[in-house]
Ligand binder design. Structure first.
Ligand code: ATP
Ligand code: MG
Length: 289
């Protein structure tokens, strides 16, 4: 099977926009059932690697999910999680900041939610909103920043801060992988209409979604800028084709497995003394009366 990961990975300061990437790509598969077996195999491998990562207890992995509404973040997270041990996983969703959160620097709430060593943490939206919704709707004015730091360089400063932050994390044993679920505007409309028509999906629809859709072009531009200014070798972005949910899920699982394999996590190795004690413990158990 061909490996398409490189096609969707952004590692450097190259100039890209979401429009440079396909939204309806499905690789070597033509339908969901063809991809099912490969997705299942990846989920199983992910689970084995997570088990090792937990035992190794050195690396943590932070998976960041960003997307326009209805791109399938929740479903993708649910699928990725389905094979993982809940004890080794943490998911946090970030919405509009509270008054308490606005009383701190913007990284505060994200920093508090980082995964512990040996764990996989998931951010459903993240500090990237600071370059997206905050930029599109000019929310800086609510962030209580001193006048001296609010100037035309603020976005450039934030790109640098985020890149530095992710380097800091990597150098302290937290691998950050960033996924942008790239859905087309037509597919978003189709999914919104489906939410309106299907009583079981009505609850998912919100008026805010239609309002935000009007800012589609602004968001695409902001995403492009955020991606090319924060993609690095150690914390790459992946622009995931998301018009076919089943393919997005497969590709995400493939990328996670690929990266976990590269971390080189392993079960702790026992030294000779510890190994020799195992035989003694076994003997004690076998000799129990
Ligand atoms: P879903 O719609 O699938 O439930 P969601 O992630 O869109 O998931 P919502 O409750 O609809 O959740 O939206 C959360 C909102 O919070 C988004 O519109 C997002 O842009 C906004 N938000 C997230 N982080 C920030 C931030 N730092 N500043 C301002 N708004 C933010
Ligand atoms: Mg929403």
């Amino acid at each position: 099977m061909a490996n398409y990961i490189g096609k969707f990975r952004v590692k450097g300061p190259e100039k890209v926009t979401p429009a440079d990437f396909p939204t309806a790509f499905t690789g070597d598969f033509t339908n969901k059932s063809e991809a099912a077996e490969s997705l299942e195999a990846n989920v199983k491998r992910m689970s084995d690697l997570q088990d090792m990562m937990y035992a190794h207890d050195k690396w943590a992995v932070l998976l960041i999910f960003q997307a326009m509404d209805a791109a399938g973040k929740d479903g993708a997270i649910k699928h990725v999680m389905s094979g993982l041990n809940p004890q080794g996983t943490q998911v946090f969703s970030f919405k509009q900041p509270s008054a308490e959160e606005l009383d701190h620097d913007y990284m505060w709430r994200y920093n508090k939610s980082l995964p512990e060593r040996g764990r996989i943490g998931i951010f459903n939206r993240s500090y990237y909103e600071e370059l997206l919704v905050v930029k599109v709707h000019n929310l800086i004015k609510y962030q209580k920043l001193p006048d001296q730091v609010v100037n035309k360089n603020i976005w450039k400063s934030r790109y640098r801060q985020i890149k530095d932050y992710e380097r800091y994390l990597f150098e302290n044993g937290v691998l950050v992988l960033k996924f942008f679920l790239n859905v087309s505007k037509d597919e978003q409309k189709r999914r919104f209409l489906q939410r309106l028509e299907d009583p079981a999906k009505n609850w998912k629809f919100s008026e805010a979604d239609v309002r935000e859709r009007r800012y589609w072009d602004d968001y695409q531009k902001a995403y492009g800028e955020a991606i090319c200014n924060t993609a690095t070798e150690i914390a790459p972005w992946y622009v995931i084709p998301a018009d076919k949910k089943w393919y997005a899920r497969f590709l995400i699982s493939q990328i996670i497995v690929d990266n976990l394999e590269k971390l080189g996590v392993h079960y702790p190795k026992l030294d000779d003394e510890q190994l020799s004690k195992l035989a003694i413990y076994a003997e004690m158990l076998n000799n129990e009366k």
